[in-house]
Design a protein around this ligand. Sequence first.
Ligand SMILES: Nc1ncnc2c1ncn2[C@@H]1O[C@H](COP(=O)(O)OP(=O)(O)OP(=O)(O)O)[C@@H](O)[C@H]1O
Length: 211
Amino acid sequence: MSYLELQHVSKTIKQIPVLEDVNLSLVQGKIYGFVGENGSGKTMLFRAILGFIKTSGTISIAGQKVKLNQKLPVNTGTIIETPHFMASSTGWENLKYLASLNHLASDEDILAAMKVFGLDQKRNLKVKQYSLGMRQQLAIIQSFMEGQELLILDEPTNGLDDKSVDRFIKLMKDLRDQGKTILISSHERALIEKIADETFEMAAGHCKALK
Ligand SMILES: Nc1ncnc2c1ncn2[C@@H]1O[C@H](COP(=O)(O)OP(=O)(O)OP(=O)(O)O)[C@@H](O)[C@H]1O
């Protein structure tokens, strides 16, 4: 049965179609990759799935409709464009604050998630002292530390070095093996080839399956 379903999803901004009749039927427990050139609609598609923009057509997750700017049907971890954190607080304080919104991640969960990237060693540094890659690691950590069952990650490896990308790939496959459903967009086809069980290509708002 389909877990995440899009039926005839379209979006036009200022007379320009940015999503054109997108139809998707995704099952639980897989990694789905989305490739496409700059401006092809990857971010728009993810924003639509998250209920951040109004579209025509229907989007449903776990059998429930996604509604504009409302809580999603399932706990969903996201990275959409440049992640924002409180720069004058430490990495740890930022994650503790985010965890306090849902009360789902314990201190142990947060620490275990930080350890995936070795960021636990830097947890008491202020985010403004973090490198670009460390900030991206923090964004990845917040997206899965609560055991979120759906992950929607837009260009999640931006700024990561090779070792961190390898850790990210292993992490995603481990989460997939635990039954999580993961959508990843990237303009790097090589990453998507390594990580995705199924791949879609976005081009001028159209979305087509590649394998
Ligand atoms: N706020 C906006 N107003 C008008 N058009 C927009 C807006 N945001 C995005 N677009 C347009 O929507 C289209 C899809 O953009 P989108 O950000 O989804 O592309 P993308 O595939 O994620 O690109 P990138 O790889 O550069 O992140 C582009 O033509 C873009 O110009």
